[in-house]
Design a binder for this molecule. Sequence first.
Ligand code: NG6
Ligand code: CA
Length: 507
Amino acid sequence: MNRRQFLQTLTAASTVSLLGARKPGSQPNIVFIYADDLGYGDVGCYGATAVSTPNIDALAAEGLRFTDAHATSATCTPSRYSVLTGQYAWRKPGTGILAGDAALIIDDNQLTVPAMLKRAGYRTGIVGKWHLGLGRGGLDWNGEIKPGPLEIGFDYSFIIPATPDRTPCVFVENHRVVNGDPADPIHVSYKQPFPGEPTGRANPELLKMKPSHGHDMAIVDGVSRIGYMEGGKAALWVDEQIADTLSDKAVRFIEQKSSEPFFLYYPVHDIHVPRLPNERFRGKTGMGPRGDAIAELDWCVGRIVETLKKNGLTENTIIILSSDNGPVVDDGYKDEAVEKLGSHKPAGEYRGGKYSNFDGGTRVPFLVKWSNHIKPGTTTDALVDQIDLLASLASLTGQTLRRDDAPDSMNLWPVLTGRSRKGRESLVEEAGVLSLVEGKWKVIRGSRKEPYEAATNIELGNAPAPQLYDRIADPAERHDVAAEHPEIVQRMLATLDRIASSGRSRA
Ligand code: NG6
Ligand code: CA
């Protein structure tokens, strides 16, 4: 450790203990807005011009913008699992994209962000997309739905169980389906259709938005989904109203009077498919529903900022915004996203997108705003990962983690607040295979998987031999230099194996 690093560590340590020593009630509130499938280049403050995102841009203008921040995975479930538990999802089998009837994948004994903050005296809530499974298998949607968010540390929960394109298409508030009707019980299956229920495959004439691939099972609100369901007619959501419903619940959670600080995890449904923003946003951009969903997302962000302001909470609330994986244009519906994309670059200058081993899969917008603590309008190229939120927020709230808690989460609180530029030295990214980023290098493991997916038109970045990219000279990962540096490839693959076999990456 050189002198500068030593001083940084010292400053970080003393700040943490000072904050930790604050009296209960003076801790800052935390809102984590987690967009779905929002790409690096999809918002104004990261270069988009075809869509305007004034509220998201304002977070950047008043806070800190990261240019090398990552989701741990190029798809939803593993990223969300990693954020909440501080453990790389790939360590645990069964953490790929989950069906809507999957069991909860977080164990009872795992520390989570909400459980950790609860320990520090926070009131904790989730409003939005869950996608981490519910129950223990064979769940009865008409009874008590648990274990779920409340069992892993949230005091309040209002969720979309899986994704907007997966059944069941109902909200679950705490342990119950909202507007569930015992006279019209809900059944869900991912194996076979229910007799008498129309499907996208058999009844395309009933659809207002047609699938381009997959998504030909149960029809809800004129849109066919993944998975089958029957019953619960009064409980079914209307896609065009999801943003309003969720933002109402988020506002209500913030405005609840209590002496405790709050943590709101707000995983919004935009801009995942099916993209059906409210009519207020229709035509707001020239990019069709995908662009209009970005406008709706921006409105959701604005509503949170407004609510904090109205309640005098602006100064004492940290807002963090990011996305669970990179962008996809055609994710299974004919919604004009491809036709109307124009020159917009959803992943910015990066290659690939959602599902991809290339950086377009995991490099995402990441903004942190905290008035009077973070210098407005700053940008950092420090390497950070969303998985670091757990250890970082533990440090903010003066808590020490046990060795086995959140084994891949690093305390980067000084970096997340702009007091240090020294981010991670390395990180593991998960897509089709694992990649290791270390300093300026990134190695992608070799595999026999498809290099390209025709349905989504995404370069997945799989290749039989390991690939090596220079992230500084070649951020778009166009020139594989593995053949020129076999020793670096071997060393990095050995490091990756060591990180995998040791079960942890935090020292
Ligand atoms: C894929 C779906 C895609 C999306 C994704 C999960 C098909 C053909 N594609 O399997 O539409 O739902 O899963 O997205 O069904 S995520 O953001 O939740 O990871
Ligand atoms: Ca996603």
